[in-house]
Design a protein around this ligand. Structure first.
Ligand code: PHB
Length: 565
């Protein structure tokens, strides 16, 4: 049905055409993903069993692609890498087409609803409509469950053949605690006194048989105590199960049987609507150039790229980004065209990626598999806006030698959510969580300037504009006029209005819809130079930092809502 894991001892070695540097780069990415997105380079060498010089070359090529950065001795995955998983999700069309129906069901039932797809003998999440309840663990997009733990697996296993079952048994024997599935708590040993029957795995086959007849499957605390779920398969017009929709609850609210009785009819209606949506023709090719984002290094000369840059690795990896919405199935010719690779080279990249399980083929057309999501998607899609911003603020501080911060609007205040200090120039110490009145700060003005005019007027009518220094603007009409200038200029400069001697410049950070979600600033001594000099010295670097954060946010926010705090 699908591909053996490359770690499976019974799986064949790489085909002779495989591109070794591409395989090495993927093993580095997998290792980093398995370590929570960050690892010391020395440990990476041990974990991948590659030579130090090889790891260095892989890391510098990945850094040039924007997929990894180094921080001291650590290599760190960057949000940009999410573009690989995004390519799979866009090509599958499942989150785009079915996600809104899943979200609606979650709203109606006030329970979490998820979409998951089969991935080998596992189940991988591709969409989550999560209710914020702290009682049980919530899976992230990209997380993998063993098929036998959780509701969707039994639905998928209904289509397994004897080879699939053999592989499942082998995996269970080789990994008795589910260590290969870091998203789930360890499986209790079969002979542990408190172990459910399921620990032996014997129950799974019976559940699969029942699921095949009933067309639903339930999870009665197979993953952790308290967590219950019911799932129904979604089939394409050819009758193949393409994904499962699960409704998830907790035994403190409902037992597994109560949940099933309460939600199955509504769940089935949603699935019928989903199957109708899947019957519509697939999206047209958006026509966008999928690899345009990599144009800068693709155009660069070998000399510019340096001896550490391994082109076969870079071009092989971005082969994955040739796929996407409207480009779910591509021929060798189409891939060669999209990536600028010679046919023979593109063919070797495709063969390598297929061998590793990231592509499936019918011999003619290639498709991405959900396994692409194992390349850091779950970890990176969980990043918050401040975490995304932090390395960019650090790079900004390196350039301008003054402190940089990020803040969001919170009532009439700004709230600091990220900060990289240099020397302290303010008498008050700013830490995360610090609040200042929005009207007297550069970040506050940038944030206020983006509010809809009616909301802004309403706020200014209510707020008392307190003078914090003798320079603070306290006249609402003058503040309104200043905000118009801020909106037109795309930045705010505030001189000694919050504190004597303090000057601050701020620009907005916009999400993929263009909405201002945060502001970033640099604060400096007012006495050091004129406002005009400060603008010239700081604004270009500040704008670049904001643009870099926005670029990450565009990739990271494609399928996930990124929290701003
Ligand atoms: C989930 O979406 O979190 C989920 C789905 C199915 C399960 C358990 C949890 O069986």
């Amino acid at each position: 049905m699908s591909h053996p894991a490359p770690t499976d001892p019974s799986s064949p070695g790489p085909p002779p055409e495989a591109v070794a540097p591409l395989m090495r780069s993927l093993s580095v990415l997998r290792e980093l993903a398995a370590r929570g997105g960050r690892q010391a380079v020395g440990d990476l060498v041990r974990g991948t069993e590659l030579a130090r010089s090889t790891v260095d070359r892989v890391l510098s090529t990945l850094a040039r692609l924007g997929y990894v950065r180094t921080e001291g001795r650590d290599a760190v995955l960057t949000p940009r890498l999410l573009e690989l998983g995004n390519a799979y999700l866009a090509a599958s069309e499942l989150p785009d087409r079915l996600g809104p129906l899943a979200d609606r069901l979650a709203d109606e039932l006030d329970e979490s609803v998820s979409l998951a797809v089969p991935d080998g003998d596992g189940v991988r999440f591709v969409h989550q409509a999560t209710r914020r309840r702290a009682m049980s663990l919530a899976f992230r997009i990209g997380d993998l469950l063993p098929a036998e733990r959780g509701a969707p697996g039994a639905l998928f296993a209904a289509a397994w053949d004897s080879d699939d079952w053999r592989r499942w048994r082998r995996r269970r024997a080789a990994d008795p605690t589910d260590a290969g599935f870091p998203a789930v708590p360890p499986r209790p040993a079969a002979d542990a006194p408190a172990a459910p029957d399921e620990a032996s795995g014997g129950d799974f086959e019976a559940r699969v048989a029942a699921a095949r007849t009933a067309c639903w499957s339930q999870d009665d605390q197979l993953i952790e105590p308290g967590l219950v779920a019911v799932a129904v398969p979604v089939r394409d017009p050819a009758g193949r199960t393409v994904c499962a929709v699960s409704v998830v609850s907790h035994t403190s609210r409902l037992s597994a049987d109560e949940l099933r009785e309460a939600v199955l009819p509504r769940l089935r209606e949603t699935v019928a609507a989903m199957e109708y949506v899947l019957g519509a023709p697939p999206a047209a090719d958006a026509g966008a150039d999928p690899v345009a984002a990599h144009a800068s290094w693709m155009r660069a000369s070998k000399q510019e790229l340096g001896p550490e840059f391994v082109e076969s690795m870079a071009r092989g990896l971005i082969t994955l980004t040739a796929f996407g919405g409207g480009r779910a199935a591509l021929s060798l010719t189409a891939v060669a065209k999209a990536t600028g690779l010679a046919r023979a080279t593109a063919r070797r990249a495709l063969i390598t990626l297929e061998h590793l399980g990231y592509l499936a083929t019918d011999g003619k057309l290639f498709r991405l598999t959900p396994k692409v999501l194992e390349l850091g998607f779950a970890h990176l899609s969980g990043l918050t806006l401040p975490a995304i911003a932090q390395p960019h603020l650090a790079a900004l501080v390196e350039r301008v030698h003054d402190s940089a911060s990020m803040a969001v609007l919170s009532g009439d205040d700004i709230l600091y959510v990220a900060r990289v200090p240099t020397v302290r120039i303010m008498s008050v110490n700013i830490t995360l969580g610090t609040r200042f009145p929005a009207h007297a700060t550069s970040m506050g003005r940038v944030l206020l300037a983006d509010l809809p005019p009616a909301e802004l007027s309403a706020r200014l009518a209510l707020v008392h504009l307190e003078p914090l220094t003798r320079h603070t603007l306290t006249d609402p009409h003058r503040l309104m006029a200043t905000l118009e200038t801020v909106r037109a200029d795309g930045y705010a400069l505030v001189d000694e209005e919050l504190e004597e001697g303090l000057r601050s410049l701020a620009v907005p950070v916009r999400d993929r819809t263009g909405r201002v979600v945060a502001a970033v600033n640099v604060s400096t001594h007012a006495a050091r130079c004129t406002p005009q000099e400060a603008r010239e010295a700081i604004l270009p670097a500040l704008r670049e930092a904001a643009a870099d954060i926005e670029a990450d946010l565009r990739v990271a926010g494609r399928y996930v809502r990124i929290p701003t705090v």
